[in-house]
Design a protein around this ligand. Sequence first.
Ligand SMILES: *Cc1c(COP(=O)(O)O)cnc(C)c1O
Length: 375
Amino acid sequence: MRDATRVIKAGLPAPAQGEPFLPGPTFASKFFLEGEPSSSPYTYGRNGNPTWTRFERALTDLEGGPALVYASGMAAVNAVWADTLLRTSSPRVLAMPSDGYNLARRVAREFYAPLGVQVRMAPTADPKFADLFEGATLVWLESPSNPMLDVCDLAPMIAEAHRRGALVAVDNTTATVLAQRPLELGADFSVASDSKALCGHSDLILGHVAVRDPQRAARLKRGRDEQGSIAGPMEVWLAHRSLATMDVRLERASANALAIARFLRTRSEIRQVRYPGLPNDPSYPIASRQMRRFGPIVSFELADRATAERFLHACHLVLTATSFGGIHTTAERRGRWAGEFLPEGFIRLSAGCESAEDLVEDIDVALTAATEGGR
Ligand SMILES: *Cc1c(COP(=O)(O)O)cnc(C)c1O
């Protein structure tokens, strides 16, 4: 089955007379439960809910390994880090990209390092990145990196980390499971924030982890249920409903991103345009082999902070907001966040599902206004 079909069928129960295709969310803190608790699939709301079960079946089908839903992408990241880094008495070493998601870097430094985890970082595209793997407990990969959009060759990188005895997790948020399947490329964990393209409607926070080893998945599930980083049924149901259109949305958003990147390349006031799907982008040779879709994110650099701010203000269709992967095209000056060491005029844009012509017109007019406004 192709992805476009799979996302629509994934996790649905067998069709039953008079029943909806996707049953509505189950709101329950407790379930009717007589006698032996193990006789019922559902007991108490923190331990399981049929709405989770269906969504996790869908994710398991797409990821190719047992999947667990979490309250947020960061809860999913922390679940993997706690399970791999904190449950070992041998040296705790986390190797991760220095240009990856900024909050993950901060949590590593500020929460895990004080617990005795040695945190090693190098840029995704640095040929010496793999030197960090020696003696590592967990290798954390992110490709494409966010927001610079460098890619790494996942399969050989994962094999190298395994050769050195490390477990490997891929933060697959930016790419999504429809672009690349980390478990198929050899990873032990595939982690994603579903707040982004999977949900795609900018209306919820959610995350998931898919795991190669079923025993480890069972342990993670116990950790989640007992430590309590669980998702609400409404969010999970909305995500499952949104999953059905994910392939269509990503197809449109990727086409729009390419159109915008191509247009930006024609404008002399733009310093650097990055999009993994542009044939002359440094990421293209690996991305075109590794990714089935190039995704919604385009990054580029304007002359300075003032020009970038004027540009964002002059856009009407492109809304200023953080995050990415939604149906509404958004952009922001990424350097406005603490901990992002990026050029002041650096913009990350996430293409949505509007018409490409409208978006390019909007950007065209705003660029002219921003550049002329500075004269
Ligand atoms: C957004 C994001 C996260 C965190 O996800 P939340 O759902 O916001 O907690 C983790 N990794 C990457 C790459 C992200 O973009």
